[in-house]
Design a protein around this ligand. Structure first.
Ligand code: GCO
Length: 470
């Protein structure tokens, strides 16, 4: 939906009154509720750089495999956030950012995944937390953003049920270490993407192409989430605000064939419901019982369904599906509708899809406290000699999605915050450094950070709590 259509439909839907006023298809003031959280997010492997981390993660190993990363790069240096975090936090604070979701590198604090901890790793996260608080930024600590210690992978990784207990021990260690200063905890980032893209398609670490491993990874991450929540509560009680972060994408049929509608529904069960339903509803989708039944033991679902304080939604785009007998569950990617804009990674741009996802959570999952924990886009960029990037397309993307977020609030979605992905260009997984998502450009030779136009735009938004024009 183009911006003008969106604003017109907001007006038609009567989204006016209160703070949001839309006249004749032109937004005058789109204001957010007081206390709405403006944040940004990163992940350990994507930004930290190796620093003095002793042990490999599965992403170190994966990046060494020929052809795994398009530009043959890795996260050894990344953004060197490990050493530059204080400057990065200052740049976040300057942009008016009040919350920073970062992830802990499990291998940095527990080199073999369990047992003896590395004081240097623990100390780093302690300093990062202190620096965030000092900058007036609330740390949101995510315990797992895909960089599993290689030592655990060597024991079967997420295929091994016992990993859920290792995860709970690790959660407990971090809760004890940071819990006097951190209240916001995220158990997992996108367990569905890690399971499906990393274990099913093999395009991310650990590079497995196995339906069986994919379902094991889904279930054992769900189980680890449940055990992790219990471990965190045991340390922080109700003072801790606990949640998980899911990548939710509307799954739509690629064409009008009835089989495509069925394929889209089945893919939705895998992509969205396999990670939403167990923690929130205490069940797996019926349509996938043939794959999940054997994995789920007595009491697992009760363990997984723990009281949560919030849910994080990462939203980028919808997906289009059709049948494909060779696919992981008999479905495959279909064509994106003609005329729909795309990002440089070919992801369809559809802000309306965000409203679909949020409304579904309001209507079918009890309207939990929600945060958009990631949203953003990569486009081809021209870097000026002074490092400046005029990323008008990113500004338009952010504007249109944030306008939809405001509309969702008007439609009674319990949405409390928005985190831009991401503060600076970083290691975009299999795309290496070829797919910039940042509000700041990072010079790969000098690692100098230069705010882009989108940084200035986002700063205006975060400082004023009002949506600026794109
Ligand atoms: C995610 C990913 C991020 C990606 C981003 C853009 O949580 O989706 O973890 O790490 O960089 O989504 O692809």
């Amino acid at each position: 939906m183009r911006r003008r259509d969106l604003l017109a439909s907001m007006a038609a839907a009567g989204v006016g009154g209160g703070a949001l006023t839309v006249t004749a298809g032109r937004a005058e003031t789109v204001q957010f509720p007081a206390g709405f959280v403006w944040g940004t997010a990163t992940s350990s492997y994507q930004v930290e750089g190796r620093g003095d981390r002793q042990a490999d993660t599965i992403w170190d190993s994966f990046a060494r495999a020929p052809g795994a990363i398009v530009d043959h790069s890795n996260g050894d240096i990344a953004c060197d956030h490990y050493h530059r975090y204080a400057d990065d936090l200052a740049l976040m604070a300057k942009a008016g950012v009040k919350a920073y979701r970062f992830s802990i590198s499990w291998a940095r604090v527990l080199p073999t995944g369990s047992g003896g901890s590395d004081p240097r790793g623990l100390d780093f996260y302690s300093r990062l937390t202190d620096a965030a608080l000092k900058a007036g930024i609330e740390p949101w600590v995510c315990l797992f953003h895909w960089d599993l210690p290689q030592a655990l992978q060597d024991h079967g990784g997420w295929s091994d049920r016992l990993i859920a207990d290792r995860y709970a021990e690790y959660a407990s260690l971090m809760a004890k270490h940071l819990g006097d200063r951190v209240t916001r905890w995220v158990t997992f980032n996108e367990p569905n993407v890690h399971a499906i893209i990393g274990h099913g398609f093999g395009e991310h670490a650990p590079g497995l192409k196995s339906r069986e491993a994919m379902f094991q990874a889904l279930h054992h991450q769900n189980l680890a989430h449940g055990k992790g929540v219990q471990a965190l509560r045991a340390t922080g009680g109700d003072r801790f605000k606990l949640g998980t972060v899911l990548s939710l994408q509307p799954c739509r049929p690629a064409d009008t064939a009835p089989a495509s509608a069925a394929a889209a529904q089945l893919w939705d069960a895998l992509w969205n419901r396999c990670v939403l339903d167990p923690p929130l509803l205490g069940r797996y989708p019926e349509a996938l019982a043939e794959y999940t039944d054997d994995l789920v033991q007595d009491k697992d679902l009760a363990q997984i369904r723990q009281k949560l304080d919030f849910l994080g939604v990462n939203y980028y785009s919808p997906m289009y599906q059709k049948t494909d007998p060779a696919g992981l569950i008999g479905t495959g990617w279909g064509a994106v509708p003609e005329g729909m804009p795309r990002t440089a990674m070919d992801w369809p741009v559809d802000p309306q899809g965000l409203l679909d996802v949020l409304s579904d959570l309001r209507d079918h999952y009890g309207n939990p406290e929600l945060y958009i924990t990631e949203n953003g886009a990569c486009f081809a960029e021209t870097v000026a000699t002074d490092g400046r990037v005029d990323d008008a397309q990113r500004v338009a993307y952010l504007h249109d999605h944030i306008a939809v977020a405001r509309r969702a609030i008007a439609e009674k979605v319990n949405l409390r915050g928005y985190f831009a992905w991401t503060i600076m260009d970083n290691f975009e997984w299999a795309k290496g450094y070829t797919a910039p998502f940042g509000l700041m450009h990072v010079d790969r030779a000098t690692l100098a950070r230069t705010p882009k136009a989108s940084y200035d735009w986002f700063a205006k938004l975060a400082h004023s709590n009002t949506l600026p024009a794109a």
